[in-house]
Design a protein around this ligand. Structure first.
Ligand SMILES: [Fe+2]
Length: 271
């Protein structure tokens, strides 16, 4: 909740004192809320939602500890979640693989090879490819070591150009093994940031997973270290254009779905 409050204030250009004036809520209670100590009344939650342009049902659900965390199911392939401790939270890498296969595609690599190794699934012994959403150290930090460990000629990712990386074009589609990968350019968390939409190749449309890096998470959006507005615009574009049952695999926090975030994400107002 503190994270959402802070990002919403930044997006609206509101300081703590400006928000206090606008809502009539004591500034010290706003400061406490940013530090995750809050006791807002129902009326105050409505007032804050209005002042910050937030999706009230989702903001309220977050504050009241009942934000929905769907249990993704029905994927026609395996999705391994590699959650690694990072700071006070976690950072996620993922592997998609055919059911029962010992090879797959790695998305992001955490902050270092050692951390990745700790959570590596024993059944995966080879890699067909390694994709990186962006080059923040918590997402691409294990890239080089992983490439060496699995003998990959290169990994794939956004720019800028760097050794051992094949820079993908915006909107590029590529087939690797059983999977089709669509590249979606989503700058904002970083100047160059990609989401990847991955589904099993088949004649019939099948359920897909969207790997969002730092663009958006279950119940929040990315920090917009490059451009806050761009984060919001790209998140909303994906919430409104992708099918509801698309599973979302974010760079931090639990899995969710497009439908859940469209309905509940505090920043999805107007979607
Ligand atoms: Fe991150």
């Amino acid at each position: 909740m503190g994270d959402v409050l802070e990002k919403a204030m930044k997006l609206r250009g509101l300081s703590e004192s400006a928000l206090a004036r606008k809502t009539g809520i004591d500034i010290n209670r706003i400061k406490d809320a940013i530090l995750y100590r809050y006791d807002f009344s129902s009326e105050e939650i409505t007032t804050l939602s209005d002042a910050l342009g937030l999706n009230e049902p989702g903001f309220r659900a977050l504050i009241e500890g009942r934000y929905p965390v769907p249990c993704p199911c029905g994927l026609p392939f395996q999705l391994h979640v590699l959650a690694m401790p990072y700071g006070v939270g976690v950072v996620n890498a993922y592997i998609v693989a055919e059911c029962g296969a010992d090879t797959g595609i790695l998305i992001d690599s955490g902050c270092c090879c050692e951390a990745l190794q700790q959570v590596w699934p024993a059944c995966i012994r080879h890699l067909d490819a390694h994709l990186v959403t962006h080059w923040d150290s918590d997402h691409g930090g294990g890239c080089e070591g992983t490439r060496a460990r699995f003998g990959l000629a290169h990994c794939f990712g956004p720019g800028p150009e760097r050794p051992g990386v094949r820079v993908l074009a915006e909107s590029e589609t590529m087939d690797i093994g059983a999977f089709r990968i669509e590249v979606i350019s989503t700058p904002g968390p970083a100047a160059e940031h990609y989401c990847y939409l991955i589904r099993r190749r088949s004649a019939q449309p099948s359920k897909a997973v969207l790997f969002t890096g730092d663009l958006f998470f279950c119940g929040s959006i990315g920090g917009g270290f490059f451009d806050d507005r761009s984060v919001l615009e790209h998140a909303r574009r994906l919430w409104t254009t992708l099918p509801s049952d698309t599973i979302v695999a974010p760079g931090h926090g639990p899995l969710t779905t497009i439908g859940t975030e469209r309905e509940f994400n505090p920043f999805s107002t107007g979607c």
